[in-house]
Ligand binder design. Structure first.
Ligand code: ADP
Ligand code: MG
Length: 437
């Protein structure tokens, strides 16, 4: 990161890296339309890689927006951008110990509470990095340390990113999205408050403590401050690594099949419990936020992006889900209108497209069990939602809905990577407390 971290200089370097990347990519998109060639595609990836590097150097809000962009539909991003941006989700360059130690010292005064802290970070992300450590009482812990000065850059970075998205012309009707940007800004600012995150760790811990297959690390209150979050270290593997490692045999090795299906069931259990019982959603579905233990128990991490959901929204979501399962079109449309998906003046195509999308979404709950292997649910839903967005002229959903959808799409991506077979109907019915489950 450059030494001069003033808002003005951040804005300048952000615009410099990003607009040159975007403009170049824009030009290339134009050329590509005229002349499709692999060479141009690889050039695009080059532009995308420069974007990632620029965001990585700036850290903070700029990188967060990059992460959000990496979740948008592939079809609205230039080729190569999607995979390059996805890198931001899992990899960032860690800062040296000489940069991190003073931050920890400032929070705790000294390091007397620790037997050791590993100088090499186990993980670096947009707002901080994680170091493994041991407390004097022998407990192994994860120290998540926040980079200083991020709060100041959030607002200006977001404003510049918005300009950039406008230049890149990813989406028409950007003005419709002002309230979404406001919600994203609030989300970023909330994520910087590690006390808030600690409280959410404790909240989820309480809810799941009797479920031996879902693990939430305990927080260590004496070592939790606004800028350092200390949780009990859990020996487990990142879900993404687990998936990569087992991809080859996941559908043939009986032990792996069992683990695959167990993880799939646990992921559904967690997300439905969050929405329908906790009235909260952890809105960041990055696979780095799930770990897998030796027995394929699921570890949940990273509650910075947790959002409370209004009870009205949850009621509407459950009405929508149930009427979709019962194929009651009238009730589906009623719930969709309440939630702002559909509106009186919409063209008939909007309604039809919404109904088709719902049909795809509820497939897993129609029969006793469902296999996500080759189900292509995500791709089919995406295609339908692009049609839907077009027919509603890119009307922006409420931020709450956006956060739920972001998580559900992330969950679906993981379900499909697992290719799990799950008794999904039983799980949903049990959590919604429907008889006959
Ligand atoms: N309690 C823990 N036990 C083991 N590993 C952890 C723990 N907390 C964090 N990690 C590791 O650090 C990574 C980043 O932690 P996370 O809370 O997701 O931070 P960020 O907000 O930077 O994404 C995780 O993917 C995991 O590898
Ligand atoms: Mg994380």
């Amino acid at each position: 990161m450059s030494e001069d971290n003033s808002p003005k200089s951040r804005a300048f370097s952000l615009i410099k890296t990003l607009s040159s990347t975007a403009l170049r990519a824009g030009n290339e998109a134009l050329k590509r339309r005229l002349n499709k060639s692999d060479e141009l595609d690889s050039f695009m990836s080059d532009a995308a890689l420069r974007l990632v590097k620029g965001l990585d150097e700036l850290k903070g809000a700029a990188m967060k927006v990059g992460q959000l962009l990496s979740m948008v539909d592939e079809s609205i991003l230039p080729p190569g951008w999607k995979s390059a941006l996805s890198k931001l989700q899992s990899q960032a360059t860690a800062k040296d110990w000489s940069y991190i130690e003073p931050i920890i010292l400032k929070e705790f005064g000294n390091l007397d509470g620790f037997s050791f802290i590993e100088k090499e970070a186990v993980h670096a992300a947009s707002i901080g990095q994680v170091h493994k450590a041991q407390l004097k009482d022998g407990t192994f812990v994860a120290l998540k340390v926040q980079y200083p000065g991020l709060e100041k850059s959030v607002k200006s970075d977001l404003k510049n990113m918005k300009k950039l998205i406008n230049i890149a012309n990813f989406m028409p009707n950007m003005d419709n999205y002002d309230h979404v940007f406001d919600a994203v800004e609030m989300l970023f600012i909330q994520e910087l408050d590690f006390i808030r995150e600690k409280n959410y760790y404790d909240f989820y811990y309480e809810k799941f403590k009797n479920n031996k297959n879902i693990i939430i690390p305990k927080t260590i209150p004496e070592f939790c401050t606004k800028n350092v979050l200390t949780t009990q270290w859990i020996d487990a593997e990142c879900l993404q690594l687990w998936l990569n490692k087992n991809a080859k045999d996941i559908h043939t090795n009986p032990l792996l099949i069992e683990k695959r299906d167990k993880l799939g069931a646990l992921l559904l259990e967690v997300v439905f419990t969050e929405i329908f019982q906790l009235n909260h959603i952890q809105s960041d579905p990055n696979p780095g936020n799930f770990l897998v233990t030796e027995n394929a128990d699921l570890v949940l991490l990273d509650f910075g992006a947790t959002q409370e959901l209004s009870s009205e929204l949850i009621q509407n979501y459950s009405d929508l889900t149930l009427s979709a399962i019962q194929k009651n079109k009238f009730e589906i449309v009623k719930a969709a209108k309440k939630m702002g998906f559909l509106s009186r003046g919409d063209q008939p195509e909007a309604k039809e497209s919404f109904l088709r999308a719902m049909d795809i979404a509820i497939e897993p709950f129609l029969n006793e069990k469902y296999s996500w292997k080759d189900a292509n649910q995500l791709k089919r839903t995406h295609a339908e939602s692009v049609d839907f967005m077009r027919s509603t002229k890119f009307r922006a959903p409420s931020p709450e809905v956006l956060f739920i959808n972001r998580r559900l799409a992330g969950n679906l991506l993981i379900m499909e990577s697992l290719g799990a077979t799950v008794f999904a109907r039983e799980i949903l019915n049990r959590i919604l407390n429907i008889n006959g489950a």
